[in-house]
Design a protein around this ligand. Structure first.
Ligand code: ADP
Length: 495
């Protein structure tokens, strides 16, 4: 019997590091996962210890590899997907990191962003990067690190330091400091990368005062990223694919045609629409980003996020005690036919696109003496569908592309009632795949493409398998009524 080829996907997330091994039909062979520490040094600051990131990654990767190889296959290639925008700095000589990683959620550079906006520079950043001037992205985080100590800037200018997002940091570690590179999707989240020319942008680097010698080389998503050193696994294995988590999920959902949309419902919700070779400029404050770059050809996406999705369900469970488990929300919502005008706006941490109001806070509206536990739970689930509807409307209007269906994944996609309601509110069919680990699968596909285990995107498209389709129902009158109520509720919380 010849040995089967497997692909190892490293999925370095915000709260845990995971490693998943896939076989060539896209089925999961082995999984390992480990959570790590979240560090909150001040209000609005979020950090990770780089050592924690690296150690949990290495441990889970080794565990998954061993488990998979016990099953008679061999890892032919490695892919990396990661929490995006999180920023690291290290010394090229010693490999030692400088301070902690500043996590994407960290708001410490809000003031810096405000100052840049006041100078009227946001338009300029949007034009070149597709992003908004928000602390979310890496650029101002890196500037903050360098501004803290003049000595660091000097070392950066001399080429002694390296900047990287998490993919780049892991690649450096896995290759024993041989490769300092990233992929186009991760680069497109830094606020330093021109998404049209696919180059680091000198003008943006100048505006943020970032020395060029810090920057990694930007490669395609499927590329030769080097070999793991012998000490990592028992032999060198080629690293062949990298993509940021949301882009990897879109690839795992095989969203390769313009107009295809994936929506991931975890703690937050992330919607990406493929817009093909066109970088669509948004008038709804959606982000324009790189979906993937293969063989030097860039495909773009529009992206929008829902800040509170699963976290709103956690709030029902932990703060209100209305449910014991997240899954219980399904039977409560399905047990009534309407919320009777109750709306929940889960703006716990403000509202994202297309509303963008960081100051907005949550509200529960339309309560009567008949409103109870089920109504509140159902209204919370409904709000996730309404927010998706607002995003999709923005995407359709920005791109001029009619959206035909939606591919769903993430922990909340297990909720059948929610998926059915979503299809109804969007008036679009929703497809749920068999493998909902789309992020890891996406980067396994990329690594498979580069190593010749998959020939092309068509082959990947064909290996995508549907678990269920949620079809829209027909009564549009009621649907419109519900959406109208939602928009009225939203108006009350927008400042
Ligand atoms: P993340 O990757 O962001 O940690 P997951 O994709 O694992 O998130 O999804 C977990 C989230 O989904 C949690 O916030 C949880 O409350 C929610 N969730 C999980 N199962 C259900 C369900 N059946 N119904 C509603 N929400 C759910």
């Amino acid at each position: 019997m010849t040995e089967q080829a497997f692909i190892l996907a490293i999925d370095q997330g915000t709260t845990s590091s995971r490693a998943i091994v896939f076989n060539l039909t896209g089925a999961i062979v082995a999984v390992a996962q480990e959570e790590f520490r979240q560090i909150f040094p001040a209000d609005g600051w979020v950090e990770h210890n780089p050592q924690d990131i690296w150690e949990t990654t290495l441990k889970t990767a080794r565990e998954a590899l061993q488990e998979a190889e016990k099953q008679g296959g061999k890892i032919a290639a490695v892919g990396i997907t990661n929490q995006r925008e999180t920023t690291l700095l290290w010394d090229r000589q010693t490999g030692r990191t400088i301070g902690n990683a500043i996590v994407w959620q960290d708001r410490r550079t809000a003031e810096r962003c405000r100052q840049l906006k006041e100078k009227g520079l946001e338009k300029f950043f949007i034009e070149r990067t597709g992003l908004l001037l928000d602390p979310y992205f890496s650029g101002t985080k890196l500037a903050w690190m360098l501004d803290r100590e003049p000595e660091l800037r000097r070392r950066a200018e001399q080429g002694r330091l390296a900047f990287g997002t998490v993919d780049s940091f892991l690649l450096w570690q896995l290759t024993g400091g041989q490769v300092h590179a990233t992929d186009a999707t991760n680069a497109s989240r830094t606020l330093l990368f021109n998404i049209h020319t696919q180059q680091w942008d000198e003008k943006l680097l100048e505006l943020l005062n970032i020395p060029t010698p810090l920057l990694p080389e930007v490669k395609d998503c499927a590329a030769d990223f080097g070999l793991t050193t012998k000490e990592i696994f028992d032999r060198p294995i080629p690293i062949c694919g990298i993509a940021g988590d949301q882009q990897a999920a879109a690839i795992g959902q095989a969203c390769f045609q313009p107009g295809m949309v994936k929506s991931t419902y975890g703690t937050g919700g992330f919607v990406l629409m493929n817009t093909g070779d066109k970088a669509v400029k948004s008038t709804n404050r959606l982000l324009t980003t790189v979906a993937y770059r293969l063989d030097g050809k860039t495909s773009y996406a529009l992206e929008g996020s829902i800040f509170s999705a699963g976290s709103a369900v956690q709030w029902l469970r932990d703060a209100l005690g209305l449910i014991d488990t997240a899954a219980q929300s399904e039977e409560l919502a399905a047990g009534i036919t309407t919320t009777a005008g109750v709306y929940m706006v889960p703006a716990f941490t403000g509202l994202g696109a297309p509303h963008w109001d960081p100051q907005a806070r949550g509200a529960l509206l339309g309560l009567s003496r008949d409103s109870g536990r089920a109504e509140i739970v159902r209204a919370t689930l409904e709000s996730i569908s309404y927010q998706t509807a607002d995003l999709l409307q923005g995407m359709a209007s920005d791109s001029g592309i009619e959206i035909e269906r939606l591919r769903v994944d993430g922990g909340m996609a297990a909720n059948n009632w929610l998926m059915a309601f979503l299809a109804w509110i969007l008036n679009l069919p929703g497809d749920r795949p068999v493998v909902t680990e789309t992020t890891a699968l996406g980067v396994a596909y990329l690594a498979g493409l580069q190593s010749g285990l998959f020939q092309n995107l068509d082959e990947i498209e064909q290996s995508w398998r549907r678990d269920n389709t949620f079809a829209p129902q027909l009564d549009t009158g009621e649907r419109k009524q519900l959406l109208k109520g939602w928009h009225k509720a939203l108006k009350r919380v927008l400042l």
